[in-house]
Design a protein around this ligand. Structure first.
Ligand code: ADP
Ligand code: TMP
Ligand code: MG
Ligand code: ZN
Length: 189
């Protein structure tokens, strides 16, 4: 009896800012591109850090992407793709996990990237749900901006408001190891 092999795979890439999540996602994009396999990239419309219709890494790599204000709308764009990409998943509604399940059943590979934790050390629930469903979870690290060790697992917010949804880059956020995070927090608490 031959096995039915129509189900796709869900891969979730998580970590703090600057840990290479978008870079890793773009590496997967290249794999489908080289294999001439159709794909689509989605992003949340709220992410206007560089441009609304593209995703971009901190080192400048970029690709065109479709901005969405709701995860369900991804299904309206999907047809013959082999892979569906979502960057910045922490900004999507929690329904993204159901969308990922639907797409996996249709035989699509789903590759997601996003923050697992806010600067307040709270999990982002959309990312957490996807991690639970995933066939593969890749947890990335950054170089700690304070001590220089390759142990950066969380993002620290330097200034501005207390909002956990706040688009920005180096002017607002740094990646730190847990020891440096505690040191910073104890100074401000
Ligand atoms: P993410 O999507 O996780 O924020 P990116 O893939 O956009 O990460 O960016 C990764 C790039 O960020 C690295 O290749 C490097 O050039 C740059 N970078 C800047 N600061 C750091 C850091 N502290 N640790 C690692 N990479 C950093
Ligand atoms: P990045 O992980 O690709 O660098 O992008 C993370 C985005 O999320 C960036 O726009 C800053 C934002 N952000 C929040 O909104 N809340 C947070 O707690 C953190 C750490 C980042
Ligand atoms: Mg990114
Ligand atoms: Zn450190």
């Amino acid at each position: 009896m031959t096995a039915i092999n129509n189900t796709g795979q869900i891969t979730v890439i998580v970590g703090p800012m600057y840990s290479g999540k978008t870079t890793e996602l773009l590496t997967y994009v290249e794999i489908y591109k080289l294999g001439n396999k159709p794909y689509k990239i989605f992003k949340p419309v709220i992410d206007d850090r560089y441009a609304v219709k593209e995703i971009r890494s901190h080192s400048g790599m970029c690709e065109k992407a479709i901005p969405l204000d709701h995860s369900q709308k991804a299904l309206e764009y999907v047809s013959n793709e082999k892979a569906i990409f979502f960057d910045e998943v922490q900004f999507f509604d929690e329904g993204l996990s159901d969308v990922a399940k639907t797409l996996r059943k249709k035989g699509k590979d789903i590759i997601c990237a996003g923050l697992d934790m806010s600067f307040k050390e709270n999990p982002f629930m959309t990312t957490v749900k996807l991690m639970g469903l995933a066939d593969k979870v890749i947890k990335k690290k950054a170089v700690c901006h304070e001590c220089g060790e390759y142990k950066g697992v969380i993002t620290y917010k330097l200034s501005g408001n207390e909002s956990e949804i706040d688009v920005g880059g180096m002017e607002k956020y740094i990646a730190v190891c847990m020891d440096c995070y505690e040191k910073f927090r104890s100074k401000t608490d």
